[in-house]
Design a protein around this ligand. Structure first.
Ligand SMILES: *Cc1c(COP(=O)(O)O)cnc(C)c1O
Length: 391
């Protein structure tokens, strides 16, 4: 039997973050004292009223197929959310609920890109973007950034990268993996170029609510009608409501695009889980006060970790403005990021994700979505490890 797999599938690299997380969890299960900085998910529990709504839906027998792009009350709740938070007007028909924000990203890329198209992705990037672009038979065009510019692309960089083949520009602010946040003016400068050149923007706003120091997230779609017309927003419940395992995300798009995605989804996953959607309605329409508590806690951890990392010889770290990651520069310690993280895990039992996974080999990603005690212990171990490498 010839088990040759498709060119499309063979072009993919498996997710390194999930792999490292799995290895760290296995080491923990084997009784080892591992500190995990690898997780891309909040360490808080899903708020109780959200769980209650899903449990009630199950008890009520809400366990059958729903419309494939989501139940009407959830699409309405999402439409209301956009109006409330950014003054954005999306009809429920422009909103598609999918099986996670990741699935929403995939739907957008597969619905808008094809062979011959180029997709501009700033690096460090969320590692799934380039792989999804390849799955669509399109070509990722990576724009390098560094800690010197807080990992933000400049308008000049974007303009120079656009060709007649450019179809999509992917923007993720606040960013995974760097935690950087574009200001309103920076967003506008990039958006203006996309509008001028007729390039679509996929704006991944999943960390919208996780911003610090009074910073404010600006949605590119809110800037003007033409920005709105060029933008597809991807969002979800995983980060702001700690619902990673529920597998629910959503997107909002100009109608021709939401229609196309509706058709794609109806022939692939069909509806996201029925009773999970009821939980999501409660998430959006219910109290939001958990966020204040979480943000205060994240902010405390971020400050500590940022300061501690910068105190370690050979490591420098710009502070994050959003999300729950720091992206320290480890290049002075003389190891490639994959070897650095491998040895860190083997020698000191600390799991962090090598920057190479995000297209930036000089760095590693530290998630502070873990307890303060873990952060203190883990960073002490990183310090110890770094001192053995110091050159
Ligand atoms: C977590 C995350 C998502 C979505 O995650 P889901 O669990 O699929 O909802 C999307 N984009 C970025 C950048 C993320 O970090």
């Amino acid at each position: 039997m010839n088990y040759s797999i498709s060119r499309r599938a063979a072009s993919l690299a498996p997710s390194l973050t999930l792999a490292i997380d799995a290895k760290a969890k296995q080491m923990k299960a084997d009784g080892l004292d591992v500190v995990g900085f690898g997780a891309g998910e909040p360490d808080f529990d899903t708020p109780q009223h959200i769980k209650d709504a899903a449990v009630k839906a199950l008890a009520d027998g809400f366990t059958k197929y729903t419309p494939s792009s989501g139940i009407p009350d959830l699409r309405k709740a999402i439409s209301d959310k956009f109006q409330r938070d950014g003054g954005l007007t999306y009809k429920p028909s422009q909103v598609i609920v999918s099986c996670g924000g990741k699935h929403s990203c995939y739907n957008v890329i597969i619905a808008t890109c094809q062979e011959g198209d180029e997709v501009i992705i700033p690096a460090p990037y969320w590692l799934s973007y380039p792989e999804m672009v390849k799955l669509a038979s399109a070509t990722p065009v990576i724009l390098e950034t560094s800690d010197k510019t807080e990992f933000k692309v400049t308008p000049d960089q974007l303009r120079a990268a656009i060709t007649p083949r450019t179809r999509l520009f992917i923007l993720n602010s606040p960013s995974n993996p760097t935690g950087s946040l574009y200001t309103g003016a920076e967003i506008k400068a990039l958006g203006d170029i996309c509008v001028e050149k007729g390039v679509l923007i996929m704006s991944d706003e999943i960390y919208e609510k996780l911003v610090y120091d009074g910073a404010h997230h600006t949605s590119i779609a809110s800037l003007s009608q033409s920005h709105y017309d060029h933008t597809i927003i991807v969002h979800g419940f995983a980060k702001a409501y700690s619902m990673t395992g529920w597998r629910l995300g959503y997107l909002a798009a100009p109608e021709p695009i939401s229609k196309a995605i509706d058709a794609i989804q109806s022939h692939s996953t069909s509806n996201p889980t029925s009773f999970a959607q009821k939980g999501a309605v409660a998430a959006l329409n219910g109290p939001q006060d958990h966020l204040k508590t979480w943000l205060a806690e994240y902010s405390k951890r971020r400050s500590y970790a940022h300061q501690k990392l910068n105190s370690i010889p050979g490591i420098t770290c710009v502070n994050a403005k959003g999300a729950f990651y720091l992206f320290p520069n480890i290049s002075k310690l003389g190891l490639k990021s994959a070897e650095f993280c491998q040895r860190l895990l083997d020698q000191e039992k600390v799991a962090a994700v090598p920057g190479i996974a995000f297209g930036a080999d000089d760095y590693m990603r530290i998630s502070y979505a873990t307890s303060m005690a873990n952060i203190e212990k883990g960073l002490d171990r990183i310090e110890k490890f770094a001192r053995t490498l110091e050159v």
